[in-house]
Every structure is written in structure tokens, then in C-alpha cells.
Design a protein around this ligand. Structure first.
Ligand code: ADP
Ligand code: MG
Length: 366
């Protein structure tokens, strides 16, 4: 029952606080992803749990046992490192069975487990191949199999798909999750790819500058981010600065300047407070909807990306919003320069207090 619990875990490198009072519990059999900008402390977090480094402060418990002083080999952890690191001069089979052999585990047991793992990762036909004969995806699956040979019920994955092509990444996501769920493992998966995190895990933890910003189920985090940084980091969002104008039974009305007002269902701020209204580009549509907020403006840009199109609209208050829609065959799209009306339903507008440090700094990825 490898529940992992971190209490006030702090790790400093000189003046950098790489992990700053981290409190986190990963439940038994839970698949948790940690996302955050580069340098926010994700790898440090994994190294703390694995025992590669020791925190300066705080306690780490695995399965209820305090492990701060327990060396890595006694923590019973499967660890997949940030960069593919198979032994190049060894076959898949030898890579997978190396650890147990070194530890002197009974050979029959090791072999049967290795066969099971190879079956699990579906590289059976290639057990005698060398890493450079394998695709990146298969190499990475082999690294997962090797980590699982520790018989550990706790799997730590540090950007396990980071070095792979987009399509391979997407396919391997589902395989990773399947393996973890089939074997009843507890997994902590670090990634800078929010889409990967959303699609693979039971819960997503957002980190920034050594701290946890918030955590939640993928859809919750996407639909109702509690923190404005999360709203920006997970998915895309439009942010409109304004002042709280009025509060009614239906919600709050925000004055965003130049006579423009938008209503949100969110409440909890005082009249006159500086606030930021936020909405996702795909929750806004061109045209009018009943009960929706309408904003009119001119199209400044149209950007295609595969099946989606982003339409940029400049509002009379000089802010620019983007709306995102799926391309549909035969459907005419508006043109640059055209005046359009954009509608957003009040349910889809979130309201945040204006950040003390300013909006731009609050959203920055550093
Ligand atoms: P992430 O994995 O989220 O990109 P890391 O945990 O690797 O972030 O790093 C967090 C911060 O700690 C960064 O500022 C990084 O430069 C610093 N850091 C990490 N490891 C070391 C180290 N061994 N020595 C000095 N600074 C380090
Ligand atoms: Mg890292």
C-alpha cells in the first residue's frame, strides 16, 4: 500500500528554493501528474521521493514509513528518468533483468517476471534487440519495464515521454495508464505537457517556483481553476481586467472599460474591487446566444492549426480576445477586418481578484 505523503518538504540549492514546503499525499493506486513550467521543481520533487536527494526540511512517508534516511535501493521504487537511459550495450532482455540479477534475486523468478513485463509492454518479439535498434517509444517502454522489475508498487516517471514524437507520445500515454492500472500501481508522473497530464491521470498537481499552486481532477482543474496561474497554464484563456460593478442574484457584473460589461456566475468580490474575468477560447462563439454576454469587435487575425481555427478579435476597450472553433467542412469563416459579435455564457466566465503583483507577472511562466 504505497501511499506517499510529503509534509513541508523543502529543498534548497543555494538561494534557489527548488521545493518550497511541499505538502502532498498520493493515495494508494492513484495516478498523479505534476505539471509546471521548466525549473519549477518537478524533478527535485521526484528525486526527494526516490531518495536521490534528501530534503533540507520536512518528512517523506512511503506506505506510512518515514523514509528521509532510507537509501534509494531500500525504498522499493520504480523510477523512469527524464532522459531515455537504457544500457546501450545490452539487449532489451538484459536491460530488464539487470537490476534483479545484480541484487541476486532467484533467476527463475526474475525470468518469469521479465517475461510478464515484456508481455505487458508488448515488445516480446524484440527482447533480443539492442536499444539503438528500437524506436524511441519502444525504448521508453523498455525503461518502464525495467523500472517495474523492482516489483515496486510505486512508479516515479520523470518526463517519460518527453523525448518522443507527438504521435508516439499520445499513443504511449494510454499504454502507461493501462500498465499502471492493470498492475494496481501508484504513479507520480512529471511532465511539462499539460495535455499529457490531463489525459493520463486521476489528479493533476500544478507547481510553480517550488510550490504547489493547486491540484484537482483533470476536468475540474480545466473548468474551474481556483488559481489564475492555473487558468493560464492549463489550456488557454482570455483575461479581461475590470472592476466589479454590481452583484445580482444571477452573479456578478464586471465593468471592463469603454462601457463594456460582462456577467459571470462567480461571486465573492466586493463592488469596486479590481478583478480579472477569464474564459477559455473554445467557450466563446461567434454570433449571439440567449442569456449570453455579447462583445463586439473587429477581427485582427485568423490562425489555423490543424482542425482548429483561432480568431482574434479586438474589443472597443482595446483588449484582444481569442476564440477557438473547430473547422467544419463547407462552413464559411469570417475575414480579417470584419466586425463580429462574440458570445460567452456567464457560467463560462471565471472571476479572480486582480493579482497583487500585477496580472502579467502573475501569469508569467518563470
Ligand atoms: P523542473 O524539473 O521542474 O524543470 P528542477 O527540479 O530540475 O525543475 O529544478 C528546480 C530548480 O532547482 C531550478 O531552478 C534548477 O536550476 C535548480 N536545481 C535543480 N537541481 C540543481 C542542482 N543539483 N544544483 C543547483 N541547482 C539545481
Ligand atoms: Mg525536470
Amino acid at each position: 500500500m504505497p501511499e506517499v505523503k510529503l509534509v513541508n518538504v523543502t529543498k534548497r540549492y543555494g538561494r534557489i528554493v527548488a521545493n518550497d514546503h511541499i505538502n502532498l499525499t498520493i493515495k494508494d493506486k492513484e495516478y498523479v501528474s505534476v505539471i509546471g513550467p521548466s525549473g519549477c521543481g518537478k524533478t527535485t520533487l521526484i528525486k526527494n521521493i526516490a531518495g536521490i536527494i534528501e530534503p533540507d526540511e520536512g518528512e517523506i512517508y512511503i506506505g506510512g514509513r518515514l523514509v528521509n534516511k532510507v537509501p534509494i535501493e531500500d525504498r522499493e521504487i520504480g523510477y523512469v528518468f527524464q532522459n531515455i537511459a537504457l544500457f546501450p550495450h545490452m539487449t532489451v532482455w538484459d536491460n530488464i533483468t539487470y537490476g534483479p540479477k545484480v541484487k541476486g534475486y532467484p533467476p527463475e523468478e526474475t525470468e518469469s517476471l521479465a517475461r510478464e513485463m515484456i508481455e505487458m509492454i508488448k515488445v516480446a518479439a524484440r527482447a533480443d534487440a539492442y536499444p539503438d535498434e528500437l524506436s524511441g517509444g519502444t525504448q521508453q517502454k523498455t525503461a518502464v519495464a525495467r523500472a517495474l522489475m523492482t516489483r515496486s508498487k510505486l512508479l516515479l516517471l520523470d518526463e517519460p515521454l518527453g523525448a518522443l514524437d507527438l504521435k508516439v507520445r499520445a499513443a504511449l500515454r494510454y499504454e502507461l495508464r493501462r500498465i499502471v492500472k492493470d498492475l494496481g500501481l501508484t504513479a507520480l508522473h512529471v511532465t511539462h505537457d499539460q495535455e499529457e497530464a490531463m489525459s493520463i491521470s486521476d489528479r493533476v498537481v500544478v507547481m510553480r517556483r517550488g510550490r504547489i499552486v493547486e491540484s484537482g481532477k483533470p476536468l475540474e482543474l480545466y473548468m474551474r481553476p481556483k488559481n489564475i496561474f492555473t487558468a493560464n497554464f492549463v489550456g488557454e484563456a482570455n483575461f479581461l481586467e475590470g472592476k466589479l460593478d454590481r452583484v445580482t442574484n444571477e452573479g456578478s457584473i464586471v465593468d471592463i472599460g469603454s462601457g463594456l460589461k460582462i456577467m459571470t456566475r462567480d461571486k465573492g468580490m466586493k463592488i469596486g474591487d479590481r478583478v480579472v474575468a477569464a474564459f477559455r477560447p473554445e467557450f466563446a462563439i461567434l454570433g449571439k446566444i440567449e442569456g449570453g454576454n455579447t462583445l463586439s469587435g473587429n477581427i485582427t487575425d485568423i490562425v489555423y492549426s490543424g482542425s482548429l481555427v483561432r480568431i482574434y478579435v479586438e474589443l472597443p476597450n482595446e483588449s484582444r480576445i481569442v476564440i477557438k472553433k473547430a473547422l467544419r467542412f463547407g462552413e464559411p469563416l469570417p475575414r480579417i477586418g470584419e466586425k463580429v459579435t462574440v458570445s460567452i455564457s456567464p457560467e463560462n466566465i471565471l472571476m479572480y481578484p486582480y493579482p497583487e503583483r500585477g496580472l502579467r507577472r502573475e501569469l508569467s511562466l518563470e
